[in-house]
Write a protein that binds this ligand. Structure first.
Ligand SMILES: Cc1cc2nc3c(=O)[nH]c(=O)nc-3n(C[C@H](O)[C@H](O)[C@H](O)COP(=O)(O)O)c2cc1C
Ligand SMILES: Nc1ncnc2c1ncn2[C@@H]1O[C@H](COP(=O)(O)OP(=O)(O)O)[C@@H](O)[C@H]1O
Length: 322
């Protein structure tokens, strides 16, 4: 997959293609379907490449500074996930106050027609674009007739997702829905909508050096800016490292999110005890995948009680990961 950045990022001589546009934070099952439709349409049109346009930073951060939504996926991970769906070019447009002022017809004319030579544009039914988000699917279809591209607006994917991934009334998969599930600690519900466990990423840093004395050393992960960190509590998950050639190594892990109230800690941390494993993780770039919630964070009266709880957490983690 090619990766381009900036309005001038499209290489010279780029021919016709199918385009899909969005922030795609999470690359959840709704996004996957939309991207899949774009890739299929490109194949139907005689093997055209598919280009995905995305924005960085999140438009909300520019339109309402300080309001960056919790991030489900870093830009790099979004690109990796998108590559796995068969997209040929990943085009990142820096979202600036100037860019936010581009009118809908100018957006279409400059980016989709002049630069990309779009044959088809696939977006969600609720897609809006351009200054004041004035452009919508109807407008895109109108401009498509004028400039000679097909505009496809797809219905959003919905499914019954109850607490912890069970049944329940249908919800539309959206980044907002998944952010609330994660914030509430419902990582199993988030996983249903994402089609895979939610991941936070970061570098392993030094903590209070106490874990090893408890018999449970924990890799403290300094998570990336704005990361969507699940509610305080204990979780079962996977400790993930990317090996050479992009192959992922997954190790079973019990994760603690919180301020370590037993020790009156002040700083909220994400700490992973990796089961059946011993290694110096400091400085490594890792991911933590959240599979299921084990319990809430507790303030214990003694270290011994905390250790008994952790013994139970490890047993429950094994069960949840089976
Ligand atoms: C499975 C697991 C469960 C934990 N549960 C709690 C808890 O309920 N209350 C608490 O104060 N700390 C809890 N912790 C966090 C420990 O207090 C923390 O890992 C320990 O103090 C070591 O900190 P350090 O890595 O900074 O040295 C838990 C840690 C793990 C790995
Ligand atoms: N099974 C394991 N799970 C997590 N960390 C481990 C494990 N085995 C060894 N380590 C190492 O021990 C460190 C954590 O020990 P700990 O005493 O909790 O120190 P810190 O407070 O700096 O996190 C990890 O960063 C890692 O380098």
């Amino acid at each position: 997959m090619q990766r381009w950045r900036g309005r001038d990022g499209v290489p010279p001589g780029w021919g016709r293609c199918v385009v899909t546009i969005g922030v795609f934070d999470g690359v959840h099952r709704g996004h996957q379907q939309l991207i899949g439709r774009a890739v299929d349409r490109a194949r139907e049109l005689g093997g055209l490449p598919t280009t995905l346009i995305t924005f960085d930073p999140h438009p909300s951060e520019v339109l309402r500074p300080g309001s960056h939504p919790a991030q489900l996926t870093t830009l790099a991970r979004r690109a990796d996930l998108v590559a796995g769906l068969g997209v040929d070019a990943f085009w990142v447009l820096p979202f600036t106050t100037d860019f936010a002022r581009v009118a809908p017809d100018e957006f279409v004319h400059e980016l989709l027609v002049d630069r990309l030579h779009a044959s088809a544009v696939v977006v969600g039914r609720n897609f809006t674009y351009g200054y004041k988000a004035a452009g919508d699917v109807t407008e895109l279809q109108r401009l498509g007739q004028r400039f000679g591209f097909e505009a496809i607006g797809l219905d959003l994917v919905a499914e019954g997702v109850g607490p912890d991934g069970g049944g329940g009334p249908p919800v539309t998969f959206s980044s907002t829905y998944i952010r609330s599930a994660v914030a509430a600690g419902d990582v199993a519900g988030a996983a249903v909508a994402l089609g895979r466990p939610h991941r936070v990423e970061g570098v392993v840093v030094k903590g209070d050096q106490r874990g090893r004395e408890l018999g449970y050393p924990t890799a403290n992960v300094a998570v990336t800016a704005h990361a969507a960190v699940p509610a305080d509590g204990v979780y079962a998950g996977w400790f993930v490292r990317t090996r050479e050639g992009g192959v992922e190594e997954r190790l079973p892990t019990a994760v603690s999110v919180g301020t370590n109230p037993t020790f009156s800690g002040q700083v909220r941390t994400v700490e992973a005890f990796v089961l059946d494993h011993s290694e110096d993780f400091y400085g490594q770039r890792v991911g933590v995948d959240f599979v299921g919630r084990v319990r809430g964070m507790e303030r214990f009266d003694s270290v011994e009680e905390l250790i008994v709880a952790m013994d139970g957490d490890v047993a429950n983690t094994r069960k949840l990961l089976e």
